[in-house]
Design a protein. Structure first.
Length: 376
């Protein structure tokens, strides 16, 4: 099949990490932009990105890009797109998308126009007066940004953050893609002691275990593109086999703790589903009072933020207690994500680095205390 262009949307702040992942997979022409990463390739690159990416949200095949300031221009742009190369005569092709800072701002109207143009194009190519849409679903997506339209075909299905191990989460679940990025930013690869003292449903320690083992997060799930008429099952199997051969089989020191026993039980169940329960030790405990589990290591955590006034004050007291407890933990690097703008004040120390990340729609800072020998 000819070379194709792909787009990987990702959470804001993760573009560079996602681009680095793609480069490590030897995928060509990787280019990071705001909110997405682009690359080119064929079926193998598409399968690699779906199976192996930890920080991307999905893999979209770029069908066409064009300027449109009117519905007529939108119709003509879609009508000129070679949809028949990807969608068969009986394929379903629902449409969804978004508009931002453009003359065309009505999403329902854009959906209707794109559907009409796609139906006419496919009907003419297959010599059909109407499209039956009785076969496999080929999800069309679009974005209209500053009058620039991009038409995509989804190759993923359920988002890449759906690893399959977390059927239910706690009250404030951290998205798997963000948790993986937080771990990757520490340079953790399985050699250090790793501790999440606010483990909740276990997302951070589970992602840490997957990274330590170098296990592809999509190894045991399916993707919609596997069903596409132009896809090749042999390619998917080859990519999975190669990913499996790259796995490590070592002994890892990963501790997941929480002061809520229900969270610890949930985290244990999720780790078992993820196939990494043997890599993680689980423990009930208050992060502000527990003895440090080792002389040195890496702490990565997502403590409560507090979105309402009383919760915020409680969270601030927690940050202060955590800062006092870890004040002399000189052998540990600490990485803490929170939306609290005054976190450093309450924690009692300025971070060596910080990075803006988004937990869903919540703007956060990732505070990095990386100098183990610096005096507190």
């Amino acid at each position: 099949m000819k070379e194709m262009k792909f787009s990987v949307p990702c959470l804001f702040g993760l573009e560079g990490i996602c681009a680095q992942e793609l480069k490590h997979l030897n995928i060509p022409n990787v280019q990071a932009e705001n909110g997405r990463v682009l690359f080119t390739g064929g079926l193998e690159e598409m399968a690699k990105a779906n199976v192996c990416l930890r920080t991307g949200e999905r893999v979209l095949l770029v069908l066409s890009e064009f300027q449109a300031e009117s519905f007529e221009e939108l119709f003509q742009g879609v009508y000129k797109t070679a949809l028949e190369e990807y969608i068969p005569a009986n394929g379903q092709f629902p449409v969804k998308g978004y508009c931002l800072n453009s003359r065309l701002m009505s999403v329902p109207d854009c959906q209707a126009i794109i559907k009409k143009a796609a139906s006419r194009r496919l009907g003419e190519k297959y010599n059909l007066s109407w499209m039956p849409e009785t076969g496999i679903k080929y999800q069309l997506q679009f974005s209209v940004m500053q009058d620039r339209v991009t038409l995509y075909l989804d190759t993923t299905g359920q988002g890449l953050h759906k690893r399959g191990y977390r059927a239910v989460g706690n009250d404030a679940p951290l998205r798997e893609t963000l948790a993986a990025a937080m771990v990757l930013l520490t340079q953790y690869r399985g050699r250090d002691f790793f501790w999440d003292p606010f483990c909740g449903s276990g997302t951070i320690p589970i992602e840490a275990a997957l990274i330590a083992k170098n296990r592809a997060p999509g190894l045991y799930r399916s993707f919609v593109a596997q069903q596409y008429c132009w896809s090749d099952n042999a390619t998917w199997e080859r990519v999975r086999l190669q990913a499996k051969e790259r796995e490590y089989h070592g002994q890892y020191k990963i501790l997941a703790s929480d002061n809520d026993p229900k969270c610890v039980s949930l985290a244990m169940a999720n780790a078992k589903k993820a196939g990494v329960a043997d890599c993680i030790t689980f423990k009930d405990g208050d992060a502000t009072k527990m003895d440090l589990p080792a002389q040195e290591g890496i702490i990565v955590c997502n403590p409560p933020y507090g979105q309402r006034m009383m919760e915020q004050q409680s969270a601030q007291r927690l940050y202060a207690a955590l800062g006092r407890h870890l004040k002399f933990a000189n052998g540990w690097k600490k990485y803490i994500i929170t939306s609290e703008p005054e976190f450093e004040h309450f924690y009692g120390r300025r971070a060596d680095k910080k990075r803006k990340l988004y937990n869903g729609m919540i703007k956060c800072d990732y505070y990095m205390y990386t100098d183990k020998n610096r005096k507190k």
